[in-house]
Design a protein around this ligand. Structure first.
Ligand SMILES: Nc1ncnc2c1ncn2[C@@H]1O[C@H](COP(=O)(O)OP(=O)(O)O)[C@@H](O)[C@H]1O
Ligand SMILES: O=P(O)(O)OC[C@H](O)CO
Length: 519
């Protein structure tokens, strides 16, 4: 293999960490990929944590697998790109590099009280920070999670707030944590290298703390939420050399030149560079992003305004996003909690064994509903059951739930953008399910298109990193690398599509108000 030819992408996701090597054609090198799962720590209902040290260890192990590829010379890796589960936060001690608490995961709802208190009595309620940040007050985002950790330390007499204000504690999303460790980590190891504390604009735009207009932390909102500025990372563009891997580690000296939150990375990997380009990722959750160009667009229909990417010192590009928490995770729930399937892929055959859905709907509001409803008080429901129903109906209802939720987000996007969607580019673990993809095309009434490389998240991070070091000279070159693999076209009559949507909306209504909004 020739030198300086590859880009290494590290994809630190909700359930696993992947390391994938890409060549100059944007194709993964099959012998140099690794995927390692980490523990999901569920201390009580609604709480979800990860062990940051386990994740860091998995990053190193995954990189080790890639480095161990028999044909690879480490020096032929030209740059590293990082992509990550967004909103999940780590707070760590700057001096020791040790986390002071487990990472609080994006799905975790323990901050419902903090969010409700911040919204209470304010004329705009949960939308009080939307104009500045693009986001509603919700347990989903990172800022209130950081505040929760500081409160927790204060309650235990561990001076969380004081130490954060003094810059002794640092906070960051998973990108910050991985970069900190790759570039030096614990001080005092000591070859004089200082670890970097940075985050990219896309991750920062998910904290509820960043001003979308200035791309800087909003001092006012940080004060309101109670997150000291001294503990926050520097915000950097998504593509640009920000530092190098410390000399004492694997791939020592390699530039780190791309960071993107995973959903923005998938948008980038799908080469959705033009305003109007849209992708949907079907993984643990489902995330629909629409490129809206260089002006942030506010949603009147329950979507988020977020940063799509920023290349060097160019103007940032924005997106509208619809996020739903439960998609593939609902299939996992059928497998792990109910035990009615043994693999996720089985759902396809079960769904196809039926002529219709038997008027049965499964609304996965397990921890409330995110876009476009934003209802923390909703809880899951299976409606329409009779003695006739079987596990095949449950499997089909679980798959269809993902398609119905996607259609709700697409409808919101069309209402905001004032135009109907063209085709939809798709990726993520569930796109291997032909039944779901056909049903999605039927329900949307547009083509659903899967690319050849479905690891679009990792690919997006590789693209961002490679652009910065000259592997690719422009986004036009990246566009040429995207290739279609499969297309599903709508076959369902319009009347049937709308009948099914009406039944779904009715089912959703029945889940609202079941739980206390403050958890
Ligand atoms: N053939 C399939 N049919 C339905 N769901 C699937 C299928 N294959 C994988 N999944 C679901 O996709 C998810 C994994 O997708 P992935 O993109 O790897 O997720 P993430 O990156 O969020 O960890 C799992 O929740 C799994 O249940
Ligand atoms: O790690 P994933 O693929 O489940 O993505 C998680 C999202 O970034 C949460 O916003």
């Amino acid at each position: 293999m020739s030198r300086n030819t590859y880009i290494l992408a590290i994809d630190q996701g909700t359930t696993s960490t992947r390391a994938i090597l890409f060549d100059e054609k944007g194709l993964p090198v099959a012998t140099a990929t690794a995927q390692i799962e980490h523990s999901q720590i569920l201390p009580r209902a609604g709480w979800v944590e990860h062990d940051p040290m386990e994740i860091w260890s998995n990053v190193r192990t995954a990189m080790g697998h890639v480095a161990g590829d028999a044909d690879l010379e480490p020096a032929s890796v030209r740059a590293i790109g990082i992509t990550n589960q967004r909103e999940t936060v780590v707070v760590w001690d700057k001096a020791t590099g040790k986390p002071v608490y487990n990472a609080i995961v994006w799905q975790d709802t323990r901050t419902s009280g903090i969010c409700a208190r911040l919204a209470e009595g304010h004329p705009a309620g949960a939308d009080r920070f939307r104009e500045t940040t693009g986001l509603p007050l919700s347990t989903y985002f990172a800022g209130p999670k950081i505040r929760w950790i500081l409160d927790h330390l204060d309650e235990r007499g561990e001076r969380g707030t004081e130490r954060a204000e003094a810059g002794e504690l640092l906070a960051g999303t998973m990108d910050s944590w991985v970069v900190w460790n790759l570039t030096g980590g614990r001080r005092g190891d000591d070859d004089g290298e200082a670890a970097l504390h940075v985050t990219d604009v896309t991750n920062a735009s998910r904290t509820l703390l960043m001003d979308l207009g200035t791309m800087q932390w909003s001092e006012e909102i940080c004060r309101e939420i109670g997150v000291p500025l001294a503990m926050l990372p520097e915000i950097v563009p998504s593509s640009g050399v920000l530092g190098r891997v410390t000399r004492r580690r694997m791939f020592g000296g390699t530039p780190i030149s791309g960071i993107l939150g995973d959903q923005q990375a998938a948008l980038f990997g799908q080469t959705c560079f033009e305003p109007g380009d849209t992708k949907n990722t079907y993984g643990t959750g489902a995330f629909l992003l629409l490129n809206t160009g260089t002006t942030p667009q506010t949603s009147d229909n329950g979507l988020l305004t977020t940063v799509a990417y920023q290349l060097g010192d160019a103007d940032p590009v924005y997106a509208l996003e619809g996020s739903v928490a439960m998609a593939g995770s609902l299939v996992q729930w059928l497998r792990d909690n109910l035990g009615i399937i043994s693999t996720a892929a089985e759902t396809e055959g079960l769904a196809m064994s039926l002529e219709d859905n038997g008027d049965c709907y499964l609304v996965p509001a397990f921890s409330g509903l995110l876009a476009p409803h934003w209802r923390p008080d909703a809880r899951g429901a299976l409606v329409g059951l009779t003695r006739f129903h079987t596990k095949a109906h449950m499997a089909r209802a679980a798959l269809e739930a993902t398609a119905f939720q996607t259609r709700e987000m697409v409808d919101a996007m069309c209402a905001d953008a004032g135009e109907a969607a063209g085709s939809l580019r798709v990726d993520g673990g569930m796109v291997g399910n032909g039944y779901l993809m056909q049903f999605q095309a039927d329900l949307l009434g547009v083509d659903v298109v899967r690319p050849e490389v479905t690891e679009t998240t990792a690919l997006g991070a590789a693209f961002a990193a490679g652009l910065a070091v000259g592997t690719w000279d422009s986004i036009d070159r990246l566009r040429e690398l995207w290739r279609e693999d499969h297309r599903w076209s709508p076959e369902m009559p319009e009347e049937e599509r709308e009948r099914l949507m009406a039944r779904w909306r009715d089912a959703v209504e029945r889940t609202l108000g079941w739980a206390d909004a403050e958890g």
